[in-house]
Design a protein around this ligand. Structure first.
Ligand SMILES: [Cu+2]
Length: 150
């Protein structure tokens, strides 16, 4: 307070007001008000969460549910593109999801404990891919499947 002389006060108040306005603006984008750049309302900001290859659109998210000893995908048809597999371990043993096929050399999610989940992002081209769990002999136990990308 000692430093705030009569002239500094309004400036600081204005700055604080601006910050408040900005905060209000970004959270509730409908009431944008008419101050400053009224036209550019096109860039919110929660753009892409984590996908590194942001070239041609966002990754398609597919859920891969794993149990003993099975992998179930939330979709069965695939077009070429980038996919983020959300791997959910609903079993009791550790599992992972490993993918191999054209352009993908055995890319694996982290090994997940029972109840855990993780993600694996791969870019799929036209062709056949194999998805399996690389933990112990789970692949031989049945955690092994093929998908066709077309
Ligand atoms: Cu497994």
């Amino acid at each position: 307070m000692l430093l705030f002389k009569r002239k500094a006060m309004p400036v600081i108040a204005a700055a604080a007001g601006a910050v408040l306005l900005l905060g209000g603006c970004s959270s509730g984008k409908s009431g944008s008000g008419g101050y400053g750049g009224s036209t550019g309302k096109s860039s919110p900001s929660p753009s892409n969460p984590a996908s590194p290859t942001g070239a041609a659109g966002a990754a398609t998210t597919v859920t891969a549910t794993e149990t003993e000893f099975k992998i179930a995908l939330s979709q069965s048809t695939f077009k070429p593109g980038t996919y983020t597999f959300t791997v959910v371990n609903k079993g009791r043993y550790p599992h992972n999801l490993t993918v191999a096929g054209p352009g993908v050399t055995s890319k694996a999610s982290p090994t997940l404990q029972g109840g855990g989940s993780g993600a694996l992002t791969v870019t799929l081209k036209a062709g056949s891919y194999e998805l399996w769990c690389a933990v112990d002999s789970h692949k031989a136990e049945g955690m092994d499947m093929k998908i066709t990308v077309a």
